[in-house]
Design a protein around this ligand. Structure first.
Ligand SMILES: C[S@@+](CC[C@H](N)C(=O)[O-])C[C@H]1O[C@@H](n2cnc3c(N)ncnc32)[C@H](O)[C@@H]1O
Length: 239
């Protein structure tokens, strides 16, 4: 982790993030239904996950309204019934309803507020937590029972602006997600502006150190990362 030297900047940035996050939480608590619980697939302007991640898919399969689903199911079908998946920064209820039944043994969403009793799959859990806080990760380990996760998705969109403007903190979340990912697993992540530089460095690191075991593809402001057999256990501290 890079050295942090300007402590007042660090303090202000964390404080600003705290205030913005608490406001966002209040808005969610006031609402009578989830402000966002987007579907996996859908037509144009459906705000589906497919729309955000189709350009990170391998060429040939991306140009379809179900491209993301087809890609993930193709990759994980061998683990049908055993795979586990998680969304960071969202309840994940509609997202995981979009996959073929019984693909996942269980799924979860990590989000600020879970007060809605809407329709959700019986094997889906909503974890109230913050992606930069340790507590969320101990709750996730309890939920996963220590099993590595096969699908990780983060599409926080405008809420990425709530994160502190401190690249080392934000990149740390990305490292944690990588640690949680299984061999053969895949993650789709919307990139916060704070870690653009770090991810460019990460790309160079992968190209030179492990081009055969980690595959990464950028598309728009998002990326897909595949962790293959023999991939490094952890990502280096680049920021
Ligand atoms: C714009 S919504 C997107 C929700 C969902 N990903 C989707 O695409 O429908 C932003 C989400 O990020 C969550 N969020 C905001 N800050 C967060 C944080 N620090 N940790 C975890 N979730 C957070 C909010 O609770 C909300 O669910």
């Amino acid at each position: 982790m890079g050295e942090i030297t300007n402590f007042s900047e660090l303090y202000n940035s964390r404080n600003a993030s705290r205030v913005l996050t608490d406001d966002y939480r209040k808005q969610e608590l006031k609402a009578s239904r989830p402000l966002f619980d987007s579907p996996l697939s859908g037509g144009k302007n459906s705000y589906s996950f497919n729309e955000s991640f189709f350009s990170t898919l391998p060429e040939g399969i991306w140009n379809s309204i179900n491209g993301l689903q087809e890609y993930i199911e193709g990759l994980l079908m061998e683990r049908k019934g055993e795979a586990i998946g998680i969304e960071f920064g969202g309840p994940g209820c509609k997202l995981f309803q979009g996959f073929t039944k019984d693909l996942f043994k269980k799924t979860a969403g990590v989000t600020l507020v879970d007060k809605f009793a809407g329709e959700r799959l019986s094997n889906h859990t909503v974890i109230e937590g913050e992606i930069l806080k340790k507590k969320a990760y101990s709750d996730i380990l309890k939920w996963s029972n220590g099993q590595q996760i096969d699908l990780i998705i983060e599409r926080m969109d405008g809420a990425l602006g709530l994160l502190p403007n401190i690249p080392t903190f934000v990149y740390r979340a990305f490292q944690r997600w990588y640690d949680l990912l299984s061999e053969g697993g895949v993650m789709f992540v919307q990139i916060p502006r704070e870690v653009n530089e770090g991810l460019t460095q990460l790309h160079s690191y992968i190209e030179s150190e492990c081009p055969e075991t980690i595959k990464i593809k950028f598309g728009g402001s998002a990326l897909r990362l595949n962790k293959l057999a023999g991939a490094p256990m952890n990502l280096p501290n680049l920021l």
